[in-house]
Design a protein around this ligand. Structure first.
Ligand code: SAH
Ligand code: SF4
Length: 410
């Protein structure tokens, strides 16, 4: 199948309707138990189905040989064994990064990226999967390829979990296991929090996927009500906040949600989360040349986080077609990191993986969205330049906060 969806986008194909059958991996064991009990099936069938969903080699209900044929048929009529189809896998970085494009039942496309980290002295090998929580994103950060696409829809619980099952199955072929999952693919996880929480429970449950909850990281652009809800629930996973700038005028432009929940509120909510859960917060800063990489930006972050037990991760921006920006030079990033460290803030610099094919997390969608028309790119670039220039002069944005889907961000 073609990976080049530019062609797909050009064709006026009606999107198929969504498959109404829930995915098996999104069900609580008790829901499956109830369904089986209603059919008069013995309770050990739950284990047989779970074994096939979470391990083994079956790729459909028809292949669960331990079940009688009528039950296989009934299972298939009621549920989907798999909710995502891999359209293509693309390795890069000499096989250290693999990008997967997944097609959902209604034709929506999302991506996941599997990153292999070989063992180092004192650290075992790790296999980290970056997954998507939504098709598209309503937040619209101007340096992000997903933001440019706009919002399509929330992923179902099983659609989130099945990205992980696919990667685990690929790893199992070589006797390897997935060690970490990060929600840093397409979408804003805290705007689809119910499904994200259910997915994390399925991943962490030893009767289901069995990954430690400490091995799941969720990144948010700063949905304050979502952070507060998480705090009330207690530790669910590691929380990462996409900071990018500590000053409101600039953050208004880089993370448009800042116009609704300003940076001080985001950090206050994150601080309360860290205090209540005992978990350190990671702040991510995508480093954009000449935009958010000056000494004044570093000092603003120091002022904001000085008394926190926080960690800052600096990530060079991946090139994105529709922006006029580039990554900060590595020396600038190292200098920035040094300034934060000198102020006592634990800081790492991350090198992006798979940059040459746009496979890094958070930048997954541009390729399949197709090339926007040149005048549209020019207009967008001009707007970004004007907005960021005003922000660098310290002027707050007059733009509205992004319009979120109904019910989002409560
Ligand atoms: N919506 C959530 C999670 C998905 S984005 C969030 O924004 O946190 C995951 C991370 O990728 C975010 O920190 C985001 O800022 C970053 N990112 C997006 N586009 C990027 C790019 N072009 N280069 C580097 N990082 C990028
Ligand atoms: Fe959405 Fe995150 Fe991209 Fe911003 S960086 S547009 S919040 S996916």
């Amino acid at each position: 199948m073609s990976f080049d969806s530019r062609a797909e986008r050009a064709l006026p194909i009606a999107r198929p309707a969504r498959d109404p059958r829930p995915g098996l991996s999104g069900l609580e064991p008790s829901q499956l138990e109830a369904w089986l009990a209603a059919r008069g099936e013995p309770s050990y069938r739950v284990r047989q189905i779970a074994d096939a969903v979470w391990g083994g080699t079956a790729t459909s209900a028809a292949e669960i040989r331990t079940l009688p044929a009528p039950l296989r048929e009934a299972l298939d009529a009621a549920f989907r064994f798999d909710t995502v189809a891999d359209t293509e896998l693309r390795p890069t970085d000499a096989g250290l990064t693999e990008k997967a494009l997944h097609r959902l039942s209604d034709g929506a496309l999302v991506e996941s990226v599997l990153m292999h980290y070989p063992a180092r002295p004192g650290q075992r090998e790790r296999h980290t999967l970056c997954i998507s929580s939504q098709a598209g994103c309503a937040v619209g950060c101007p340096f992000c390829a997903t933001g440019e696409l706009g919002f399509t829809r929330d992923l179902e619980t099983a659609e989130i979990v099945d990205q992980v099952r696919h990667a685990a199955r690929r790893l199992a072929l070589d006797g390897r296991r997935l060690t970490n999952v990060v929600f840093m693919g397409m979408g804003e996880p805290l705007l689809n929090l119910d499904n994200v929480l259910e997915a994390v429970q399925a991943l962490a449950d030893s009767r289901r996927f069995g990954l430690g909850a400490r091995h799941v990281t969720v990144s948010t652009s700063g949905v304050v009500p979502g952070i507060r809800r998480l705090t009330a629930l207690g530790p669910q996973f590691t929380l990462a906040i996409s900071l990018h700038a500590a000053r409101d005028p600039l953050r208004d432009v880089l993370v448009p949600l800042n116009r609704r929940w300003p940076v001080a509120e985001v950090v206050e909510a994150a601080r309360a989360h860290a205090a209540a859960t005992g978990r350190r917060i990671t702040y991510e800063v995508t480093m954009i040349g000449g935009i958010n990489d000056t000494e004044a930006d570093a000092d603003a972050i120091i002022d904001l986080l000085r008394d926190d037990h926080a960690h800052v991760n600096l990530i060079p921006m991946n090139p994105v077609a529709h922006t006029p920006w580039e990554a900060s030079p590595m020396e600038t990033i190292e200098r920035f990191a040094g300034r934060l460290r000198a102020a006592g803030i634990s800081t790492t610099v991350r090198r992006n993986r798979g940059q040459e094919i746009g496979a890094a997390c958070g930048q997954l969608a541009a390729e399949r969205a197709g090339e926007p028309a040149a005048p549209a790119v020019a207009r967008r670039r001009e707007r970004i330049v004007l907005e960021s220039a005003a922000a660098l002069r310290g002027e707050r944005s007059h733009e509205q906060a992004p319009v979120l889907p109904a019910g989002a961000g409560r």
